[in-house]
Ligand binder design. Structure first.
Ligand SMILES: Nc1nc2c(c(=O)[nH]1)N[C@H]1C(S)=C(S)[C@@H](COP(=O)(O)O)O[C@H]1N2
Ligand SMILES: [Mo]
Length: 502
């Protein structure tokens, strides 16, 4: 019988070799065919809604790292189990690893965005996993006569397998991060015509008092999507078909877009999964082609209700056409973000942005198809219980003092953000301990499509206090106190922050 540590090592090493191979082959072919990524993406699509919500609520933009770490742990445990099952003979473990490989093949085949040729990476992974397992297993048995030499041979081979797997995995990961896509993005920077970008007026934020900056740097911009790795597209290959209930179908390449009238607009994007007080909200200046121009050119036929958009990875969203066709809505097919081509994580080469609607009904990244259709076609999130219509709710958040902070009693500066995209923020009020509301000072107004910073000074006695804020939008709607969860169309309620004054 194999000693336990040796059996476990055989399982772990064979699995590492399998995963490394999968990553490498997928790096050469396409990142999304990596069995690891495909299984992860399948997990994302299959986990029940409450779990997903919890994950986004707990980990926010780090949810992907957490998922990958969890998967690694599960895989490592199964690899050890495979090894331990094979203490006598090689085949039980090989069967476990093979079954595991089949899971990868199945995951890749079930992806809506991948064809049958995508099985190459998971198949290579499966074969390497089983072969390496059988081979290491054979080496792992020690001939009593030649114990030392055999042990060294097993250790050296193991080390080489580990090195090879690591190199393949890293190399694959590097390739997957998109050599070609990254080059294409660099080239795009020079091709996007200079559009006059409205400067952010002085006084648009209160960063000195603890609010975010008015524009969010691209690397700090919140990220929410169902893609474990961002699709790596080249602008040169990009095509968008605008079709369905239209008079004339349009097929557009990246350069066709760039030749059109481009607009630059500061827009605050918000995720419907943003809890009261949450940080799934950011602002950028987007540059792109007005969606309305394209819809008018294609000619929307009577009876059409939504623009059903599909991303390169199969994700879908439905945006109400009456919103997109409003003369002053300002929806864009965006190519630029804060003076750069869209980053890969934010949809390079082209995404949709629509002021005033939560991202899941309006902000399709890696956009490749747009169909004018009725509400009969149900997109990704509404199929999972989320609303079809999702205007952003008037909300506000306290950024300073932080929850649990201890501050000197007396004059306490309270600062934060408020948003009511496409309506605009008219007023923000703050209070302590359920007392009288105090009207906050508002930062310079930039646009009704962006957030607005605010601050106020409260006079607080020593002891514990609960701070609350509420916004009023320009339609006169006061942010409701009623606490509602994010599902199905966005959280409501007042943000409360507990602090201690000393
Ligand atoms: N292709 C694709 N586009 C997508 C999503 C997605 O999962 N896939 N998520 C949407 C959601 S829920 C939000 S809130 C916004 C977030 O955009 P960001 O990641 O650029 O902040 O993208 C939207 N566009
Ligand atoms: Mo979202």
């Amino acid at each position: 019988m194999l000693p336990r540590p040796r059996a476990a090592a055989v399982g772990l090493l064979a699995t590492a070799a399998a995963l490394g191979t999968g990553q490498l082959v997928a790096g050469v072919l396409s990142a999304r065919t990596s069995p690891l990524v495909a299984v992860g993406n399948t997990v994302i699509d299959l986990v029940p809604e409450p779990v997903k919500e919890l994950a986004i609520g707990l980990f926010g933009t780090a949810d992907k790292v957490v998922l990958l770490a969890g998967m690694t742990l599960v895989i490592a445990v199964l690899a050890v189990v495979a090894g331990l099952l094979s203490r006598r003979s090689w085949w039980p473990g090989a069967v476990v690893i093979g079954a595991f490989g089949l899971l990868g093949v199945g995951a890749v085949l079930s992806r809506p965005d991948l064809g049958p040729d995508a099985v190459v990476a998971p198949l290579a992974s499966l074969v390497v996993g089983v072969v390496v397992f059988a081979w290491l297993h054979q080496l792992a048995f020690l001939e009593p006569a030649a114990v030392d030499g055999e042990r060294r041979r097993f250790l050296v081979t193991s080390a080489l397998v580990l090195l090879g797997a690591g190199a393949a995995g890293l190399g694959g990961g590097f390739l997957q991060r998109g050599g070609d896509a990254a080059l294409s993005r660099q080239a795009a920077a020079a091709r996007i015509p200079a559009v006059p970008i409205p400067p952010v007026p002085p006084g648009a934020d209160f960063t000195a008092s603890g609010t975010p900056t008015f524009l969010t740097a691209n690397r700090d911009f919140y990220r929410v999507d169902t893609a474990l790795v961002a699709p790596q597209l080249r602008a040169e290959d990009w095509r968008l078909r605008l079709h369905g209930m239209v008079g004339r179908e349009l097929v557009l390449g990246y350069d066709d877009l760039l030749r059109r009238r481009l607009e630059a607009r500061p827009i605050t994007l918000t995720c419907v999964s943003n809890e009261v007080g949450g940080d799934l909200i950011s602002t950028a200046t987007f540059v792109g082609v007005p969606v309305r121009d394209l819809l008018l050119e294609a000619g929307v036929r009577p009876g059409a209700q939504q623009l059903f958009t599909t991303s390169a990875d199969g994700y879908t969203a439905g945006t109400p056409l009456d919103v997109l066709l409003e003369p002053d809505r300002g929806a864009l097919l965006a190519v630029g973000m804060n003076g750069e081509p869209l980053p890969a994580e934010h949809g390079f080469p082209v995404r949709l942005v629509v002021p005033g609607l939560y991202g899941y009904v309006s902000a399709t990244k890696w956009l490749v198809d747009a169909e004018v259709t009725t509400f009969d076609r149900v997109p990704y999130w509404p199929r999972r219980g989320w609303a079809r219509q999702a205007p952003v709710k008037t909300q506000s958040r306290i950024d300073r003092p932080r929850p649990g902070a201890s501050v000197p009693a007396g004059r306490v500066v309270v600062a934060g953000i408020a948003w009511a995209q496409h309506t605009g923020v008219d007023r923000v009020e703050v209070r302590a301990d359920g007392g009288a509301w105090r009207t906050a000072e508002l930062a310079t107004d930039v646009s009704r499509d962006t957030w607005r910073m605010w601050r106020a000074v409260l006079d607080l006695r020593p002891g514990e206090h609960v701070l609350e804020c509420r916004a009023t939008d320009r339609a006169g709607q006061v942010q409701t106190a009623q606490r509602r969860p994010v599902l199905p169309d966005g959280a409501t309620g007042w943000h409360q922050v507990r602090i201690t004054c000393t």
